[in-house]
Design a protein around this ligand. Structure first.
Ligand code: PLP
Length: 389
Protein backbone atom coordinates (compact mmCIF):
# COMPACT_ATOMS: atom_id res chain seq x y z
CA UNK A 1 0.00 0.00 0.00
CA UNK A 2 1.28 3.45 -0.89
CA UNK A 3 1.95 5.72 2.09
CA UNK A 4 1.02 9.37 1.57
CA UNK A 5 2.77 12.33 3.16
CA UNK A 6 0.29 14.76 4.71
CA UNK A 7 3.06 16.82 6.34
CA UNK A 8 4.06 18.21 2.94
CA UNK A 9 3.66 21.98 2.65
CA UNK A 10 2.20 23.18 -0.64
CA UNK A 11 2.32 26.86 -1.53
CA UNK A 12 -1.22 27.74 -2.63
CA UNK A 13 -0.67 31.46 -2.88
CA UNK A 14 -1.28 33.14 -6.25
CA UNK A 15 -3.43 30.27 -7.54
CA UNK A 16 -6.70 32.24 -7.21
CA UNK A 17 -7.62 30.02 -4.27
CA UNK A 18 -10.25 31.43 -1.93
CA UNK A 19 -8.54 30.18 1.23
CA UNK A 20 -5.22 32.01 0.68
CA UNK A 21 -5.82 34.57 -2.06
CA UNK A 22 -9.14 35.63 -0.49
CA UNK A 23 -7.52 36.65 2.81
CA UNK A 24 -7.18 40.33 2.04
CA UNK A 25 -10.86 40.57 1.24
CA UNK A 26 -12.05 38.45 4.16
CA UNK A 27 -9.59 39.31 6.95
CA UNK A 28 -8.17 42.63 5.75
CA UNK A 29 -4.61 41.30 5.39
CA UNK A 30 -2.60 38.56 3.71
CA UNK A 31 -0.71 37.51 6.83
CA UNK A 32 -3.21 35.38 8.74
CA UNK A 33 -2.76 31.63 8.68
CA UNK A 34 -5.98 30.66 6.91
CA UNK A 35 -7.85 27.90 8.76
CA UNK A 36 -11.26 28.94 7.53
CA UNK A 37 -13.00 27.94 4.27
CA UNK A 38 -13.65 24.20 4.00
CA UNK A 39 -10.96 22.91 1.72
CA UNK A 40 -7.75 21.22 2.76
CA UNK A 41 -4.10 22.10 2.33
CA UNK A 42 -3.30 18.51 1.33
CA UNK A 43 -2.48 17.76 -2.29
CA UNK A 44 -5.28 16.24 -4.30
CA UNK A 45 -4.13 12.59 -4.49
CA UNK A 46 -2.00 11.41 -7.41
CA UNK A 47 -4.56 8.94 -8.80
CA UNK A 48 -6.88 11.90 -9.41
CA UNK A 49 -4.33 14.34 -10.82
CA UNK A 50 -2.99 11.58 -13.12
CA UNK A 51 -6.48 10.78 -14.44
CA UNK A 52 -7.16 14.48 -15.06
CA UNK A 53 -3.78 14.98 -16.75
CA UNK A 54 -4.34 11.96 -18.97
CA UNK A 55 -7.68 13.32 -20.14
CA UNK A 56 -6.17 16.78 -20.61
CA UNK A 57 -3.65 15.32 -23.05
CA UNK A 58 -6.47 14.67 -25.49
CA UNK A 59 -6.61 18.17 -26.85
CA UNK A 60 -10.33 18.49 -27.53
CA UNK A 61 -12.59 19.28 -24.58
CA UNK A 62 -15.96 19.26 -26.35
CA UNK A 63 -19.43 18.35 -25.06
CA UNK A 64 -19.40 15.27 -22.92
CA UNK A 65 -21.66 12.80 -21.12
CA UNK A 66 -21.09 10.68 -18.06
CA UNK A 67 -20.43 7.02 -18.95
CA UNK A 68 -21.68 3.92 -17.11
CA UNK A 69 -18.29 3.64 -15.42
CA UNK A 70 -19.00 7.01 -13.71
CA UNK A 71 -22.31 5.80 -12.26
CA UNK A 72 -20.76 2.43 -11.33
CA UNK A 73 -18.03 4.22 -9.41
CA UNK A 74 -20.64 6.08 -7.32
CA UNK A 75 -22.65 2.89 -6.75
CA UNK A 76 -19.52 1.00 -5.69
CA UNK A 77 -18.36 3.78 -3.35
CA UNK A 78 -21.70 4.11 -1.56
CA UNK A 79 -21.98 0.34 -1.15
CA UNK A 80 -18.45 -0.19 0.14
CA UNK A 81 -18.05 2.96 2.27
CA UNK A 82 -21.61 3.42 3.57
CA UNK A 83 -23.34 0.08 3.00
CA UNK A 84 -25.98 1.86 0.91
CA UNK A 85 -27.24 0.20 -2.26
CA UNK A 86 -28.45 2.60 -4.90
CA UNK A 87 -29.43 2.31 -8.56
CA UNK A 88 -28.04 4.15 -11.54
CA UNK A 89 -31.48 5.62 -12.36
CA UNK A 90 -31.52 7.46 -9.01
CA UNK A 91 -28.33 9.47 -9.69
CA UNK A 92 -28.52 13.05 -10.94
CA UNK A 93 -25.63 15.42 -11.63
CA UNK A 94 -25.29 18.77 -9.87
CA UNK A 95 -22.51 21.35 -10.29
CA UNK A 96 -22.33 21.58 -6.50
CA UNK A 97 -24.15 20.64 -3.33
CA UNK A 98 -25.24 24.20 -2.58
CA UNK A 99 -26.77 24.53 -6.08
CA UNK A 100 -28.56 21.21 -5.43
CA UNK A 101 -30.02 22.56 -2.16
CA UNK A 102 -31.12 25.83 -3.74
CA UNK A 103 -32.59 24.17 -6.83
CA UNK A 104 -34.43 21.63 -4.65
CA UNK A 105 -36.02 24.47 -2.70
CA UNK A 106 -37.13 26.07 -5.99
CA UNK A 107 -38.35 22.79 -7.45
CA UNK A 108 -40.32 21.31 -4.54
CA UNK A 109 -41.67 24.35 -2.70
CA UNK A 110 -43.56 27.49 -3.71
CA UNK A 111 -42.82 31.12 -2.75
CA UNK A 112 -44.32 31.66 0.70
CA UNK A 113 -43.88 28.01 1.76
CA UNK A 114 -41.68 27.40 4.76
CA UNK A 115 -38.49 25.35 4.95
CA UNK A 116 -36.83 24.12 8.17
CA UNK A 117 -33.11 24.33 8.97
CA UNK A 118 -31.27 23.30 12.14
CA UNK A 119 -28.81 26.02 13.21
CA UNK A 120 -26.03 26.58 13.90
CA UNK A 121 -25.58 25.32 10.36
CA UNK A 122 -23.57 25.90 7.18
CA UNK A 123 -24.67 29.41 6.16
CA UNK A 124 -25.82 28.74 2.55
CA UNK A 125 -28.70 26.75 4.09
CA UNK A 126 -30.21 30.10 5.07
CA UNK A 127 -29.72 31.77 1.69
CA UNK A 128 -31.01 28.72 -0.22
CA UNK A 129 -34.33 29.35 1.52
CA UNK A 130 -34.48 33.12 1.94
CA UNK A 131 -33.15 34.14 -1.47
CA UNK A 132 -36.03 32.40 -3.22
CA UNK A 133 -38.72 34.03 -1.07
CA UNK A 134 -39.48 31.00 1.06
CA UNK A 135 -39.95 31.38 4.79
CA UNK A 136 -37.16 30.13 7.00
CA UNK A 137 -38.07 28.14 10.10
CA UNK A 138 -35.28 27.57 12.60
CA UNK A 139 -35.24 24.40 14.65
CA UNK A 140 -32.05 25.08 16.67
CA UNK A 141 -29.90 22.23 17.88
CA UNK A 142 -29.52 21.77 21.65
CA UNK A 143 -26.04 21.85 23.13
CA UNK A 144 -25.65 19.20 25.84
CA UNK A 145 -22.40 17.92 27.34
CA UNK A 146 -20.27 19.10 24.45
CA UNK A 147 -22.47 17.74 21.62
CA UNK A 148 -25.40 19.08 19.68
CA UNK A 149 -28.68 17.14 19.65
CA UNK A 150 -31.81 17.64 17.58
CA UNK A 151 -34.77 19.19 19.39
CA UNK A 152 -37.75 17.14 18.19
CA UNK A 153 -40.23 18.79 20.54
CA UNK A 154 -39.36 22.21 19.12
CA UNK A 155 -39.51 20.79 15.58
CA UNK A 156 -43.04 19.47 16.02
CA UNK A 157 -44.16 22.78 17.48
CA UNK A 158 -42.72 24.82 14.62
CA UNK A 159 -44.16 22.84 11.70
CA UNK A 160 -46.91 24.76 9.91
CA UNK A 161 -49.43 23.78 7.25
CA UNK A 162 -47.21 25.31 4.56
CA UNK A 163 -43.98 23.66 5.75
CA UNK A 164 -42.78 21.60 2.79
CA UNK A 165 -39.11 20.83 3.27
CA UNK A 166 -36.34 20.25 5.81
CA UNK A 167 -32.69 20.81 4.93
CA UNK A 168 -30.64 18.29 6.91
CA UNK A 169 -26.87 18.57 7.34
CA UNK A 170 -25.59 14.99 7.79
CA UNK A 171 -22.83 14.92 8.99
CA UNK A 172 -23.29 18.31 10.51
CA UNK A 173 -21.23 21.39 9.70
CA UNK A 174 -20.11 23.09 11.97
CA UNK A 175 -20.84 20.73 14.91
CA UNK A 176 -19.28 17.63 13.30
CA UNK A 177 -22.06 15.24 14.35
CA UNK A 178 -22.46 12.01 12.39
CA UNK A 179 -26.16 11.68 13.21
CA UNK A 180 -27.12 8.28 14.63
CA UNK A 181 -29.73 5.98 13.15
CA UNK A 182 -31.99 6.70 16.10
CA UNK A 183 -31.77 10.45 15.55
CA UNK A 184 -32.41 10.14 11.81
CA UNK A 185 -35.27 7.72 12.42
CA UNK A 186 -37.08 10.14 14.71
CA UNK A 187 -36.48 13.09 12.38
CA UNK A 188 -37.67 11.15 9.33
CA UNK A 189 -40.81 9.93 11.07
CA UNK A 190 -41.82 13.48 12.00
CA UNK A 191 -41.20 14.64 8.41
CA UNK A 192 -43.23 11.81 6.88
CA UNK A 193 -46.12 12.43 9.28
CA UNK A 194 -46.19 16.06 8.13
CA UNK A 195 -45.54 15.61 4.38
CA UNK A 196 -42.16 17.30 4.61
CA UNK A 197 -39.53 16.27 2.07
CA UNK A 198 -36.00 15.88 3.49
CA UNK A 199 -33.07 17.22 1.49
CA UNK A 200 -29.99 15.72 3.10
CA UNK A 201 -26.63 17.41 2.50
CA UNK A 202 -24.13 14.56 2.93
CA UNK A 203 -21.08 16.25 1.47
CA UNK A 204 -19.04 15.39 4.61
CA UNK A 205 -20.14 11.73 4.67
CA UNK A 206 -16.71 10.26 3.91
CA UNK A 207 -14.90 12.22 6.61
CA UNK A 208 -15.73 10.02 9.58
CA UNK A 209 -13.80 9.77 12.85
CA UNK A 210 -13.04 6.35 14.36
CA UNK A 211 -15.88 4.90 16.39
CA UNK A 212 -18.55 6.60 14.25
CA UNK A 213 -20.42 5.76 11.04
CA UNK A 214 -22.09 7.77 8.37
CA UNK A 215 -25.70 6.73 7.96
CA UNK A 216 -27.26 8.07 4.77
CA UNK A 217 -30.68 9.42 5.73
CA UNK A 218 -32.27 7.59 2.78
CA UNK A 219 -30.75 4.27 3.87
CA UNK A 220 -32.73 4.20 7.13
CA UNK A 221 -35.89 2.88 5.45
CA UNK A 222 -37.61 2.51 2.10
CA UNK A 223 -40.11 5.16 3.19
CA UNK A 224 -37.31 7.64 3.98
CA UNK A 225 -35.67 6.90 0.63
CA UNK A 226 -38.91 7.75 -1.16
CA UNK A 227 -39.27 11.01 0.79
CA UNK A 228 -35.77 12.38 0.35
CA UNK A 229 -33.06 13.81 -1.84
CA UNK A 230 -29.45 13.04 -0.89
CA UNK A 231 -26.70 15.42 -2.00
CA UNK A 232 -23.14 14.11 -2.08
CA UNK A 233 -19.79 14.87 -3.71
CA UNK A 234 -16.14 13.80 -3.80
CA UNK A 235 -15.16 17.47 -3.39
CA UNK A 236 -14.55 17.71 0.36
CA UNK A 237 -13.21 14.16 0.62
CA UNK A 238 -10.52 14.48 -2.07
CA UNK A 239 -9.97 18.26 -2.10
CA UNK A 240 -11.42 18.88 -5.56
CA UNK A 241 -14.10 21.52 -4.87
CA UNK A 242 -12.78 23.62 -7.76
CA UNK A 243 -13.94 20.94 -10.22
CA UNK A 244 -17.62 21.71 -9.48
CA UNK A 245 -18.86 18.12 -9.57
CA UNK A 246 -21.42 16.62 -7.21
CA UNK A 247 -24.44 14.35 -7.45
CA UNK A 248 -27.88 13.78 -6.01
CA UNK A 249 -29.61 10.49 -5.24
CA UNK A 250 -33.38 10.48 -5.71
CA UNK A 251 -34.96 7.01 -5.41
CA UNK A 252 -38.49 8.39 -5.85
CA UNK A 253 -39.16 8.54 -9.61
CA UNK A 254 -41.71 11.34 -9.25
CA UNK A 255 -39.17 13.47 -7.36
CA UNK A 256 -36.42 12.55 -9.83
CA UNK A 257 -38.52 13.40 -12.90
CA UNK A 258 -39.66 16.74 -11.52
CA UNK A 259 -36.10 17.73 -10.71
CA UNK A 260 -34.79 16.39 -14.01
CA UNK A 261 -37.36 18.46 -15.87
CA UNK A 262 -36.17 21.63 -14.14
CA UNK A 263 -32.55 20.79 -14.96
CA UNK A 264 -33.37 20.10 -18.59
CA UNK A 265 -34.81 23.59 -18.81
CA UNK A 266 -31.70 25.18 -17.37
CA UNK A 267 -29.00 22.99 -19.01
CA UNK A 268 -27.33 22.73 -15.63
CA UNK A 269 -26.80 18.99 -15.98
CA UNK A 270 -23.81 19.04 -18.36
CA UNK A 271 -20.95 19.07 -15.89
CA UNK A 272 -17.34 19.20 -16.98
CA UNK A 273 -15.01 16.58 -18.37
CA UNK A 274 -12.39 16.88 -15.66
CA UNK A 275 -14.85 16.72 -12.79
CA UNK A 276 -16.27 13.44 -14.10
CA UNK A 277 -12.85 11.92 -14.61
CA UNK A 278 -11.81 13.01 -11.10
CA UNK A 279 -14.94 11.58 -9.47
CA UNK A 280 -14.46 8.23 -11.15
CA UNK A 281 -10.79 8.01 -10.15
CA UNK A 282 -11.63 9.08 -6.58
CA UNK A 283 -14.39 6.55 -6.05
CA UNK A 284 -12.54 3.63 -7.64
CA UNK A 285 -9.06 4.24 -6.19
CA UNK A 286 -9.55 6.50 -3.18
CA UNK A 287 -10.11 4.25 -0.15
CA UNK A 288 -6.52 3.92 1.10
CA UNK A 289 -5.76 7.61 0.67
CA UNK A 290 -8.95 8.57 2.48
CA UNK A 291 -8.26 6.25 5.42
CA UNK A 292 -4.75 7.65 5.78
CA UNK A 293 -5.98 11.23 5.43
CA UNK A 294 -8.63 10.83 8.13
CA UNK A 295 -6.08 9.17 10.39
CA UNK A 296 -3.89 12.25 10.00
CA UNK A 297 -6.82 14.62 10.61
CA UNK A 298 -7.71 12.74 13.81
CA UNK A 299 -4.07 13.09 14.85
CA UNK A 300 -4.40 16.83 14.21
CA UNK A 301 -7.49 16.96 16.39
CA UNK A 302 -5.82 15.06 19.26
CA UNK A 303 -2.80 17.37 19.01
CA UNK A 304 -5.02 20.44 19.10
CA UNK A 305 -7.14 19.22 22.00
CA UNK A 306 -4.04 18.51 24.07
CA UNK A 307 -2.46 21.85 23.14
CA UNK A 308 -5.56 23.80 24.14
CA UNK A 309 -5.95 21.88 27.40
CA UNK A 310 -2.34 22.62 28.36
CA UNK A 311 -2.06 26.20 27.10
CA UNK A 312 -5.42 27.91 26.57
CA UNK A 313 -7.93 25.81 28.55
CA UNK A 314 -10.63 28.47 28.26
CA UNK A 315 -10.96 27.69 24.53
CA UNK A 316 -12.87 24.43 24.34
CA UNK A 317 -13.04 22.32 21.16
CA UNK A 318 -16.02 20.12 20.30
CA UNK A 319 -14.67 16.71 19.32
CA UNK A 320 -16.00 16.03 15.82
CA UNK A 321 -17.53 12.68 14.89
CA UNK A 322 -17.05 13.68 11.26
CA UNK A 323 -15.60 16.48 9.04
CA UNK A 324 -12.24 18.23 9.35
CA UNK A 325 -13.91 21.24 10.94
CA UNK A 326 -13.72 21.98 14.64
CA UNK A 327 -16.24 24.12 16.52
CA UNK A 328 -14.33 26.05 19.16
CA UNK A 329 -16.10 27.51 22.18
CA UNK A 330 -14.55 30.86 23.19
CA UNK A 331 -17.39 31.87 25.50
CA UNK A 332 -15.39 31.30 28.73
CA UNK A 333 -13.12 34.16 27.63
CA UNK A 334 -16.11 36.50 28.07
CA UNK A 335 -15.24 38.58 25.02
CA UNK A 336 -17.58 40.17 22.52
CA UNK A 337 -17.85 38.24 19.28
CA UNK A 338 -16.27 40.96 17.18
CA UNK A 339 -13.38 41.14 19.65
CA UNK A 340 -12.68 37.41 19.47
CA UNK A 341 -12.44 37.75 15.71
CA UNK A 342 -10.31 40.89 15.68
CA UNK A 343 -7.93 39.48 18.29
CA UNK A 344 -7.51 36.30 16.26
CA UNK A 345 -6.77 38.36 13.16
CA UNK A 346 -4.32 40.49 15.15
CA UNK A 347 -2.67 37.27 16.33
CA UNK A 348 -2.38 36.13 12.70
CA UNK A 349 -5.02 33.40 12.54
CA UNK A 350 -8.01 33.43 10.18
CA UNK A 351 -11.03 31.39 11.31
CA UNK A 352 -14.76 31.45 10.48
CA UNK A 353 -16.92 33.39 12.94
CA UNK A 354 -19.52 31.27 14.71
CA UNK A 355 -22.28 33.81 14.07
CA UNK A 356 -21.93 33.15 10.32
CA UNK A 357 -23.72 29.87 11.11
CA UNK A 358 -26.63 31.57 12.83
CA UNK A 359 -27.04 33.52 16.05
CA UNK A 360 -26.64 30.21 17.93
CA UNK A 361 -22.97 30.37 16.96
CA UNK A 362 -22.31 33.35 19.25
CA UNK A 363 -19.08 32.82 21.21
CA UNK A 364 -17.83 30.13 18.78
CA UNK A 365 -15.32 30.06 15.95
CA UNK A 366 -14.84 27.31 13.33
CA UNK A 367 -11.34 26.02 12.71
CA UNK A 368 -10.31 23.85 9.73
CA UNK A 369 -7.79 21.15 10.73
CA UNK A 370 -7.38 19.76 7.19
CA UNK A 371 -3.79 20.94 6.95
CA UNK A 372 -0.21 19.83 7.68
CA UNK A 373 0.35 19.67 11.43
CA UNK A 374 3.07 22.32 11.30
CA UNK A 375 0.50 24.89 10.06
CA UNK A 376 -1.91 23.95 12.84
CA UNK A 377 0.87 24.10 15.42
CA UNK A 378 1.92 27.59 14.28
CA UNK A 379 -1.71 28.78 14.42
CA UNK A 380 -2.11 27.41 17.95
CA UNK A 381 1.14 29.05 19.08
CA UNK A 382 -0.14 32.38 17.74
CA UNK A 383 -3.43 31.89 19.60
CA UNK A 384 -1.55 31.01 22.78
CA UNK A 385 0.44 34.27 22.61
CA UNK A 386 -2.78 36.25 22.23
CA UNK A 387 -5.09 34.46 24.67
CA UNK A 388 -3.02 32.45 27.16
CA UNK A 389 -3.28 34.94 29.98
C1 PLP B 1 -22.40 21.16 4.57
C2 PLP B 1 -21.84 21.70 3.29
N1 PLP B 1 -22.56 21.64 2.17
C3 PLP B 1 -22.10 22.11 0.99
C4 PLP B 1 -20.85 22.68 0.89
C5 PLP B 1 -20.37 23.24 -0.41
O1 PLP B 1 -20.77 22.45 -1.47
P1 PLP B 1 -20.48 22.84 -2.98
O2 PLP B 1 -19.14 23.48 -3.03
O3 PLP B 1 -20.53 21.51 -3.67
O4 PLP B 1 -21.58 23.74 -3.41
C6 PLP B 1 -20.05 22.77 2.04
C7 PLP B 1 -18.73 23.42 1.99
O5 PLP B 1 -18.17 23.80 2.96
C8 PLP B 1 -20.56 22.25 3.26
O6 PLP B 1 -19.84 22.30 4.39
Amino acid sequence: MKIYNFDELVNRQDTNCVKYDGRLQFFGNNDVLPLWVADMDFKTPDFITEAVQLRAQHAIYGYTFRPDSYNNAIIHWLKTRHNWEIQKEWIHFSPGVVPALAMSVMCFTEPGDSVIVQPPVYFPFFSAVKNSDRELIENPLKLQNGRYFMDFEDLEKKIQADTKMLLLCNPHNPGGMAWTKKELQKLGEICIANNIIVVSDEIHSDLIFKGHRHIPFASVSEEFAMNSITCMAPSKTFNIAGLSTSFMVMPNKKIFDKYDNLMKGTHLYGGNIFGSVALEAAYTKGSDWLDQMMNYVEGNYDFMEQFLKENIPLIIPMRPEATYLVWLDFSALRLKDADINSRLIKAGVGLNRGVQFGRQGKGFMRLNIGCPRSILEEALERMKKEFAE
